[in-house]
Write a protein that binds this ligand. Structure first.
Ligand code: AMP
Length: 178
């Protein structure tokens, strides 16, 4: 399936989780066997082309695509977790949200020094989550040069910000507007 065909499998839910947000819901994409397989294949081709040695994905939807891409390429997967989930001493990073802040944590031993880790997530909006993940993975010693997303919301400028942070961004499809 082409990225354009994949776009038609994404459900748009207006006013979720709050008024004015168009929620791009991948539940319908991943429930479609060819849609899921094609999304993973496209992402895996991109990750392979940039020489990924490991894939990192953010909780929770980044786990779905990221782990599948890692399996497709025969490489390991690094979960970037919400706070308090890992049973070990973690490293973490706090980052600002529109209202308040959030935190990501990871196992500091999950990435080798200089290892080329490619970030995979379902969607990039403001880029706050991906920029924090890149910084955290760099703290762990990873070389973070590429991030892949199924969906880009270009009007929110996240991909541009991530590029400014030294990370190349590739996406399968975009939705204009927020
Ligand atoms: P951000 O940090 O703003 O780039 O947002 C990152 C995460 O929030 C993405 O990984 C998505 O899972 C989720 N997200 C943000 N905006 C949307 C949206 N309009 N539709 C669906 N998910 C969204």
């Amino acid at each position: 399936m082409t990225p354009d065909e994949l776009r038609s499998l994404i459900r748009t839910v207006p006013d979720f989780p709050k008024p004015g947000i168009q929620f791009r819901d991948i539940t319908t994409l991943i429930g479609h066997p060819e849609g899921l397989a094609a999304s993973v294949r496209h992402l895996a081709e991109m990750a392979n082309a940039v020489g990924a040695q490991k894939i990192a994905g953010m909780e929770a939807r980044g786990f779905i695509f990221g782990a599948a891409v890692a399996v497709e390429l025969g490489i390991g997967f690094v979960p970037i977790r919400k706070p308090g989930k890992l049973p070990i001493e973690t490293i973490g990073i706090d980052y600002a949200l529109e209202y308040g802040s959030d935190r990501l944590e990871m196992d500091p031993t999950a990435v080798g020094e200089g290892e080329k880790v490619v970030i995979v997530d379902d969607l990039i909006a403001t880029g706050g989550t991906a920029i924090a993940a890149a910084e955290l993975l760099r703290m762990a010693g990873g070389s973070i040069e590429d991030a892949l997303f199924v969906i880009d919301l270009p009007d929110l400028g996240g991909a541009a910000k991530l590029r400014d942070a030294g990370v190349n961004v590739r996406t399968l499809l975009d939705f204009e507007g927020e």
